[in-house]
Design a protein around this ligand. Structure first.
Ligand code: KIV
Length: 281
């Protein structure tokens, strides 16, 4: 029986039929509702949570408890979209038991339908174990932010043929290990195209060009809901929410200072006789 929610089978079908898959991030209930209402296929509660809304420099400090907390809020809002929760730094490396417990928490406590984890051949066995436990896994290769210190910064991965071949091997290994989709972050367009044509599961690109089976962006980036910081070339800004927030906040500040807000229309009345009684007392 169909629940009306987007499933991993829908992802597969969309790739086969050449229909692009849409995915956006969300970290809270209202954004999940809005993204879901717009008909986006999957909502990713990324560990980008760390830098996007928690104010960290990168994703490394994000914990399992942070992820569960935010996945729960998003799962309450997303009725149709598949909810995917990111496994944060070191939550799937220490032991198989701990990996399964953490992946399970995102579904059982968080209400997600799938998890995402970063890495290539090095995590293929981990993917197998999580999939064997009945938990759908989305892979993530290319620029993997949890390895930022190892990669030496946020830069395009696979520009030279040797690294590109490694990424192609990673994609094959992950596909064989049972992932249902693969995020390709910040890789050259020809490589993303080759991977997309080669593997059976859909690729979801971010900074990976137009030939992937789907596209994802960090919602705060595409809405312009950010403060300062570097904006990668691959982000297209569809709105400028920060400008609108600044305008509204400054207008509130000025109106309160000038006693223009609130006016009578924003207040509550009281029967005159009650006012009189109050005065007598
Ligand atoms: O954490 C995240 O938001 C991500 C996307 C950028 C794919 O991994």
């Amino acid at each position: 029986m169909s629940t009306g929610r987007v499933t991993t089978a829908d992802f597969r079908r969309m790739k086969q039929e050449g229909r692009p898959i849409t995915m956006l991030t969300a970290y809270d209930y209202p954004m999940a509702c809005l993204v879901d209402e717009a008909g986006i296929d999957a909502v990713l509660v990324g560990d980008s949570l760390g830098n996007v809304v928690l104010g960290y420099d990168n994703t490394i400090p994000v914990t399992m408890d942070d992820m569960v907390h935010h996945v729960r809020a998003v799962a309450r809002g997303a009725q149709r979209a598949m909810v995917i929760g990111d496994l944060p730094f070191l939550s799937y490396h220490l032991s198989r038991e701990e990996t399964l417990r953490n992946a399970g928490r995102l579904l059982q406590e968080g209400g997600a339908q799938a998890v995402k984890l970063e890495g290539g051949r090095d995590v293929a066995e981990t993917v197998r174990a999580v999939v064997a436990a009945g938990i759908p896994v989305m892979g993530h290769i290319g620029l993997t932010p949890q390895s930022v210190y190892q990669l030496g910064g946020y830069r395009v991965q696979g520009r030279d043929a040797m690294v590109a071949r490694c990424l192609l091997e990673d994609a094959r290994a992950l596909s064989q290990a049972g992932i249902f989709a693969l995020v390709l972050e910040c890789v050259p367009t020809p490589l993303a195209r080759m991977i997309t044509e080669e593997i059976e599961v859909p690729t979801i690109g971010i900074g990976a060009g137009p030939y992937c089976d789907g596209q994802v962006l960090v919602t705060h980036d595409m809405l312009g809901y950010t403060v300062g910081g570097f904006m990668p070339k691959f982000v297209k800004k569809y709105a400028d929410v920060a400008v609108e927030i600044r305008r509204a906040v400054e207008a509130f500040r000025d109106e309160v200072r000038e006693r223009k807000f609130p006016t009578e229309e924003h207040g509550y009345t009281m029967p005159e006789e009650e006012v009189e009684k109050l005065k007598q007392r």
